[in-house]
Write a protein that binds this ligand. Structure first.
Ligand code: CP
Length: 334
């Protein structure tokens, strides 16, 4: 399999494309990938690419304010939305430590009230929370768009859009490919990405989970419903041999339901069967592209970073443009 060059992945977004009706423009909130259609996904990817190559005009959002509410720790999503907001010419505000805000279990202000208040002061709300469904609760009372930046075990839709954008970029097309998921299969990034893969017609989805965590039934159900084949393997080497791309995750993501300021520390010992190393890539002569929403623990050896297989930092670079696209459509439509 060859690595897709900029030219090989098809036409770049043209200025004229952007005058088309924004097909994600009907979205009031971005809470889940389940409710997106292929037109919206293509629209986000096309607009992200337009921002990347500089044919979309970013500075149309002066005077807009985006609230960043992170009730759970984050590096990429938090910084990514801040960078995207600045690039669009707007401002972001946030509370540095949400555990010290009024909207927590101690002082008891509900998420609904928090949204009702902040949406009267800001033009969009980006929220990360440790509870499943937290973003939807805020959306139920928000007067402005709510973007789910990860809610407990449930979903992380902007990460999944970034993943699709980066997979399309690396593979040229996902159609007919075999896509593997390494590590803990229970995480929100896996669920959100599986829902988007229904549009991409992969040949199969392969899971390499720890033996003690099953792939959640709703994720397998969504794959089967969309007539995509899946199989479970117990050694990541098989994915390096058989698959076009692997989306890695930490071996154990049990901290995903933890609030800000929690002392929980994720276990940090991935067994050899689930670790990707340069030696394994060499032994299998693998051309498999390696993705990861990050943060990584020990599941991809850092010596892989300079190999042509490694796409995870490129994935981060692309995330800025996808988050610009998401904010653009949310701020424009509402
Ligand atoms: N990928 C991701 O959501 O990373 P952060 O937790 O650092 O935001």
């Amino acid at each position: 399999m060859a690595y897709a060059s900029l030219e090989a992945r098809g036409k770049l977004a043209r200025k004229s494309d952007l005058t088309l009706k924004p097909r994600a423009g009907h979205l009031k909130h971005l809470l889940s990938t389940r409710t997106l259609d292929i037109d919206a996904v293509d629209d986000f990817c096309q607009l992200a690419e337009a921002y990347e190559v500089g044919v979309a005009t970013p500075l149309r959002f002066g005077g807009k304010t985006v609230a960043l509410l992170f009730f759970q720790p984050s590096t990429r999503t938090r910084i990514g939305f801040e960078v995207a907001t600045v690039a669009l010419g707007s401002h972001s505000i946030g509370i540095e430590d949400m555990s010290a805000s009024r909207s927590n279990a101690r002082t008891g202000e509900s998420l609904e009230d928090c949204a009702a208040v902040i949406s009267r002061l800001c033009d969009a709300i980006v929220v990360r929370h440790h509870e499943d469904g937290a973003a939807a609760r805020m959306a139920s009372k928000s007067q402005t768009p709510v973007i789910n930046a990860g809610d407990g075990w449930n979903e992380h839709p902007t990460q999944a859009l970034i993943d699709i954008f980066a997979l399309r970029r690396g593979l040229g097309t996902i159609r007919g490919s075999s896509i593997a998921f390494g590590g803990d299969p229970r995480g929100r990034t896996v669920r959100s990405l599986v829902h988007l893969l229904r549009f991409e017609a992969p040949r199969e989805i392969v899971f390499c989970p720890p033996p003690h965590y099953e792939v959640p039934g709703d994720i397998l159900g969504a794959i089967s419903e969309n007539q995509i084949r899946y199989r479970i393997i117990s050694d990541i080497k098989h994915a390096l041999t058989d698959c076009s791309a692997i989306m890695m995750a930490p071996y154990d993501m049990s901290d995903i339901g933890e609030p800000a300021a929690s002392g929980y520390v994720s276990p940090n010992a991935t067994p050899d069967t689930h670790v990707i190393t340069p030696e394994k890539i060499e032994q299998t002569r693998s051309k498999t592209l390696l993705y990861h929403p990050l943060p990584r623990h020990d599941e991809i050896h850092p010596a892989c970073d300079d190999l042509p297989n490694a796409m995870y930092f490129e994935q981060v670079r692309l995330s800025k443009f996808m988050r610009m696209a998401v904010l653009d459509r949310m701020l424009s439509a509402n």
